[in-house]
Each structure stands twice: as C-alpha cells, then as structure tokens.
Design a protein around this ligand. Structure first.
Ligand code: SF4
Length: 181
C-alpha cells in the first residue's frame, strides 16, 4: 500500500502541539501503517521534500521573517495544509506581543528584565527579522484546516488525520476537541 506522505514543522510555538500529536499513543502504530512522516522538527530531515507531500502540518504563530519562509515552503510543497493549535490559528500566546509592540517586548525580555545582566537583543540572519505584528498562519498562506486548542487534544489530531485518510473533509466538533483520551 502506498503511504500518504505527511510533513510537519513548527514556527513560533512551544512544541506542545507536536507533543499532543504524539499523545495519540499506541494509535500511532496504526497511523504509521498508512502514513509516512517525511520530515519534522524531531526527525533528521527538517524540510518537506521538494517532490511534495500530501499533508503539511504547521504549529506556531508567524512572528518573524523566518516563520514566513517556513510557512511558504510548506504551502508550496503540500496539497493540504493544516494549522494546529491556537498559535497557528490566530497567533495565540506569542500574539500577546502585539499589545505592547515588538520593540518594547524585545527591550523588556533582553534588556530590562530583572534577571538580565549586560543584555543584548539577539540579531542574526538565522533568526529572521521580527515582524511588527504576530499573526496566525492563515495571514500569510492559505490554510485548508485549522485545529485550534492549546494544545489541541490528541483525539482532534486522530480524528482529523483519519478523516483525511478516508478521503473525507474533517469537521472538527467540540466532541473531538474537548474529549480527553
Ligand atoms: S497552541 Fe499552545 S501548545 Fe501549541 S504551540 Fe502554541 S502555546 Fe504551544
């Protein structure tokens, strides 16, 4: 059986959404019978393959220019893009930065915090340039499915992925979002 290729990546997030995906526990064995995870932040391969995947999954908000590049690359290389978690859906916790502004948040974190000694604001091309506004993924690329929650319940991931594998469009209902395993 040809397996469905899935790639995941994260933007400005805490990794909690990926951990919740792993919380499907033993069901992951069944999932792996039908799915090949080509790349993810926790595998050796970090970027979705050039030849593309069927499903792309993104965690985290859009905070900087690097996040924009990662989101665009995933969008270009996947057929169905899923934004997982509140950060990817509407900005979530990182979007709290919008209330004071990017520069003020950077000053507070790296220069003014009580624990800082000889602080410096990080500035490296590898980090990307901070954006003025933190947003969800849908503000920069087309998203086909949002799975909100902080993090989304494992049942929501299981439901969405198995519906897609069955060729159906998932409709995320409260039952899937709020039921604990
Ligand atoms: S939605 Fe919650 S768990 Fe997911 S990356 Fe954001 S803060 Fe972390």
């Amino acid at each position: 059986m040809t397996k469905v290729k899935v790639a995941t990546d994260w933007l400005a997030g805490c990794a909690g959404c990926h951990m919740s995906l792993l919380d499907i526990d033993e069901r992951i064995v069944k999932l792996l019978e039908a799915v090949e995870f080509t790349s993810s932040p926790v595998t050796d391969l970090k970027h979705p393959p050039k030849e593309g995947v069927t499903v792309g999954i993104l965690e985290g908000a859009i905070c900087n220019s690097h996040n924009v590049e990662v989101a665009k690359q995933m969008r270009e290389r996947c057929q169905i893009l899923i934004a997982i978690g509140d950060c990817a859906t509407f900005g979530g916790i990182p979007a709290m930065r919008n209330m004071c502004g990017t520069q003020e948040a950077l000053n507070r974190a790296y220069l003014e915090a009580e624990s800082v000694v000889n602080g410096i604001i990080p500035d490296s091309p590898e980090l990307g340039k901070p954006l003025d506004m933190v947003t969800g993924v849908g503000e920069v690329v087309k998203v086909d499915l949002f799975i909100p929650g902080c993090p989304p319940r494992a049942n929501a991931f299981w439901y969405a992925l198995t519906e897609l594998l069955a060729g159906r469009t998932p409709v995320i209902l409260p039952r899937e979002l709020f039921t604990y395993d």
